[in-house]
Design a protein around this ligand. Structure first.
Ligand code: HEM
Length: 518
């Protein structure tokens, strides 16, 4: 090799070293933010930030351990982005409620497509407010009561399915599998008027696509990019990269589009009051006084100008799809873990069964008012959600500089609320690893503040589908327990082993059931 060649290699080496050094400086530039202010937190590393423990311990264990180790106010890094982690009540009140105009948006993973950007979960500022006000009435008590028929039908089918599954030579069934079919059938019927029928046909195409969308992994390219280099998402989208599997998104898009077209063609305006009809009405700028009143019942501030600004076509489509997806996995996860806990805790199950017998007796159909009387059922569900919140953390983005209790939050700062950490905080919930519905007994209320339990988030941006999810799970549980005693079996695993990303058990949540004599 001649001298020129050697110089060229040396040049290239120098360029690579310079790029490496520049990247290192850039990726670690923010790492002193918390240290300089004496705020504790895990040690950050280039590229992964403080995310190494998620990869090693798994998200669930890591989240539980962090609050124990660093307390109720600490700092973490997602890649190079600093995140304030707050669990002090006085800060939670400010961020989630009082300073809502500064913290009204959440960090949303989006691939930049118009569709995903129109999800209620992703929308920001005035667009979010307008769409949220228009969608909120969908979950009023009036609308929920109208969904009871569908829930009763699916609940009875669910109980029948469990009977069939447990009369086989291998009597084990996967609670997640059957709960997923139930929630898919309920949301399909109540929101879209579609007979999904996955309880009768577990191979249903609806369930297949929903599962595919939710089967993303911590190591999927999307998650890795979103986690370590979120700024790359939009350019990648331009190159044809998609956040969710294309065929499954297309499937739900087509189903939603068909439902919208049917409602638009419907001459019986206002006759259908489900989600799609409501959104189509909102598109036509045709909000009734009743709908306005229902929005206010939820505490929504019904802006005058909402009336003049209906929903765009893409917003109807996006939020129709979102409700299909949001209504499926979260509620199914909660239900499956409740059934699992009841199979393990026989005393709890008997107490609950007796309550159901006392309140509902032999009535074939369960009505809304009876469900509201089932106090112990409510306690069991609350405890399930404490131990297994579907969203172990929630977050907010600071939209302008603001100082709260001496802490300077800058525009663009990420604030994380460690829901799981709070739910396993010994000071708030002694012996947090123990399943104990009595924690939610009415006489215990005085011992807990509003932020001790947040499976649905908190404040104006909390979960819009909370009441639907709770009602759905309650109706199903009543139908199942009246027919069956849930029991553990050989396949039941205690404790459950979750995968690294959340409350997902890859091998299923297996229990069995015996028929109740009467
Ligand atoms: C057990 C079931 C469910 C759980 C645990 C759950 C949990 C959550 C959580 C933690 C949030 C974020 C709240 C915040 O940032 O403060 C959220 C938001 C949301 N949820 Fe749920 N959810 C459930 C069921 C549902 C259902 C059934 C629907 C609709 C059919 C739904 C639709 C939504 C939507 C649209 C948002 C975004 C709200 C907004 O940004 O304004 N969820 N949910």
């Amino acid at each position: 090799m001649n001298i020129l060649g050697v110089i060229q290699i040396a040049d290239w080496f120098l360029v690579v070293v310079c790029i490496g050094v520049a990247f290192y400086i850039w990726s670690t530039w923010t790492f002193n933010k918390f240290k300089d202010q004496g705020i504790p937190g895990p040690k950050p590393y280039p590229i992964v930030g403080t995310g190494l423990s998620f990869l090693i311990q798994g998200f669930i264990d890591s989240e539980k351990n962090r609050m124990r180790k660093y307390g109720n106010f600490y700092g973490t890094f997602m890649g190079r982005t600093p995140q304030w982690v707050i669990a002090r009540d006085e800060l939670l009140t400010e961020v989630l409620v009082k300073q809502f105009p500064c913290f009204g948006n959440r960090r949303a993973f989006s691939d930049g497509s118009e569709l995903v950007e129109s999800f209620l979960t992703v929308l920001v500022d005035e667009d979010w407010k307008r769409v949220r006000n228009l969608l909120t009435p969908t979950f009023s008590s009036g609308k929920l009561k109208m969904m009871m028929h569908q829930m009763n039908k699916c609940g009875a089918q669910l109980a029948e399915n469990i009977g069939q599954l447990t009369s086989k030579p291998d009597p084990a069934f996967d609670t997640k599998e059957v709960s997923g079919c139930y929630t898919m059938d309920v949301i399909g019927g109540t929101a879209f008027g579609v007979d999904v029928n996955s309880l009768k046909d577990p191979e249903s195409i609806f369930v297949k696509h929903a599962k595919k969308i939710f089967s993303f992994s911590l190591f999927s390219p999307f998650f890795l990019v979103a986690f370590f280099a979120p700024f790359l998402l939009k350019p990648l989208k331009k190159m044809g990269f998609q956040m969710f599997p294309k065929d499954s998104m297309n499937f739900f898009q087509e189903v939603t589009e068909e439902a919208i077209a049917q409602r638009k063609a419907n001459t019986n305006k206002g006759g259908n009051t489900d989600l799609i009809q409501l959104m189509v009405n909102a598109h036509n700028i045709d909000i009734t006084d009743e709908q306005k009143a229902e929005a206010t019942e939820y505490g929504a501030t019904y802006e005058k100008d909402t009336k003049e600004k209906g929903l765009k076509n893409v917003e109807i489509l996006a939020n129709g799809m979102l409700f299909f997806l949001a209504g499926y996995d979260t509620t199914a996860t909660m239900m499956s873990l409740l059934l699992y806990q009841l199979a393990i805790e026989q005393e709890v199950q008997e107490k609950l069964y007796n309550e159901i017998q006392d309140v509902i007796g032999d009535k074939e159909k369960v009505d809304y008012n009876d469900i509201m009387k089932l106090q112990y059922l409510d306690m069991c569900i609350n405890e399930t959600l404490r131990m297994y919140p579907a969203a172990p953390i929630i977050d907010r983005i600071c939209s302008r500089d603001v100082t709260i209790n001496g802490i300077e939050f800058k525009k663009g700062d990420v604030v994380v609320i460690p829901v799981l950490g709070i739910h396993f905080d010994e000071k708030r919930w002694p012996n947090p690893e123990v399943f104990n519905p009595e924690r939610f007994a009415p006489e215990e209320k005085k011992n807990h503040g509003p932020f001790d339990w947040m499976p649905f988030g908190y404040g104006p941006r909390n979960c819009v589908g909370m009441r639907l999810a709770l009602l759905e799970a309650k109706v199903a549980t009543v139908h199942v327990l009246r027919k069956h005693r849930l029991v553990t079996c050989e396949k039941t695993k205690t404790p459950l082993k979750f995968d690294k990303i959340g409350f997902r058990v890859k091998a299923g949540i297996w229990i069995s059931a015996e028929p109740r004599e009467n």
